[in-house]
Design a protein around this ligand. Structure first.
Ligand code: NDP
Length: 286
């Protein structure tokens, strides 16, 4: 039976570390690291996410600056706000909650962020740095995935790693982070031929598709580490991942549950990125 990777405990560990770093930052610079959150419109799920991020900031001592704009906000108005936040010295990180209403281009808004304050790691400069293996802010969920993988203690160098899903938010950056750790990486998507066959090779398997039960238990290699990023709500209200958890658990060495696996890590890594961004700005690094 697989060992369950406890994302909640890992996230607590990261938050504890961040709390100590915030105290050090305050002692040194006389101010707290600051995160501005920008929410446009009234999507209830987005509002919940933003609230939980702000609560998490408060718990570790990060100052949060909430901005809630109405659904009809224009691109010019939003870009003006981003410009102002870019200039403020007490704001070290800016989080624009996605998705934006359809009349606003997420790409344009993210490109307007000061890359040093892009704590979601989605600005083209930060994504370019990731591809080039240069230091920069990395996307939060992939960072959380890597933290959980490293916590298993199994070596990643030379391991056969398969990532299913190629989004800019999760799949692609995870593939590059695995490559940075010297894994041999295969990146799969909806056009991959014979997915089962590719997945069966994986010593490290990361699945981020948003398709409940896409990866069957018998596809999982004996002794694999399985990281299930998917969060899917079934009609009866239960949350499940993209991997058939029960069947996969009997073959994997380690597996993340849904909920309680990758989910809690994403917010923890946002906090870590905010402190990291604040320190770099105070030290004058790009
Ligand atoms: P996207 O919808 O942006 O991307 C999904 C990816 O899955 C695409 O690359 C798509 O391929 C691929 N895919 C879809 N169907 C198949 C299939 N049948 N076989 C192989 N690949 C397939 O999703 P995200 O990356 O944003 O999110 C993925 C999941 O992770 C969602 O459930 C989301 O809720 C969850 N998530 C969880 C987070 C957390 O904190 N735990 C954070 C972010 C996301 P193609 O490119 O060809 O279309």
């Amino acid at each position: 039976m697989a060992e369950i990777i406890d994302g909640k405990a890992a996230a607590q560990e990261v938050r504890g570390h961040v709390r100590r770093e915030v105290l050090e930052f305050e002692t040194r610079y006389g101010m707290a690291p600051g995160l501005a959150t920008v929410l446009v419109g009234s999507d209830p799920a987005s509002a919940t996410y933003v609230r939980s991020k702000r609560r998490a900031c408060a718990e570790v001592g990060i100052a949060s600056f909430p901005h809630e704009l109405n659904e009809r906000t224009t691109l010019d108005e939003l870009l003006a706000l981003i410009g102002e936040l870019n200039r403020r010295n007490d704001v070290h990180g800016i989080l624009v909650q996605l998705p934006l209403p359809p009349h606003l281009s997420a790409q344009q808004v993210i490109a307007a962020l000061d890359p040093r304050k892009d704590v979601d790691g989605l600005h083209p400069v930060n994504q370019g740095k990731l591809v080039q293996g240069l230091p920069g802010l990395r996307p939060c969920t992939p960072l959380g995935i890597m933290f959980l993988l490293e916590r298993t203690g199994l070596p990643l160098a030379g391991a056969d790693a398969v990532v299913v899903g190629r989004s800019t938010l999760v799949g692609k950056p995870t593939a590059f982070l695995l490559l940075e750790r010297d894994a041999t990486v295969t990146l799969c998507h909806s056009r991959t031929r014979d997915l089962a066959h590719v997945v069966q090779r994986a010593e490290v398997l990361v699945v981020a598709t948003g398709r409940p039960g896409l990866v069957r238990g018998d596809w999982v290699r004996m002794g694999a580490i399985v990281i299930d990023v998917g969060i899917n709500r079934l009609p009866d209200g239960t949350l499940v991942g993209d991997v058939d958890f029960a069947a996969a658990s009997s073959r994997a060495a380690f597996i993340t549950p849904v909920p309680g696996g990758v989910g809690p890590m994403t917010v923890a890594m946002l906090l870590r990125n905010t402190v990291e961004a604040a320190k770099r700005q105070m030290e004058g690094q790009s």
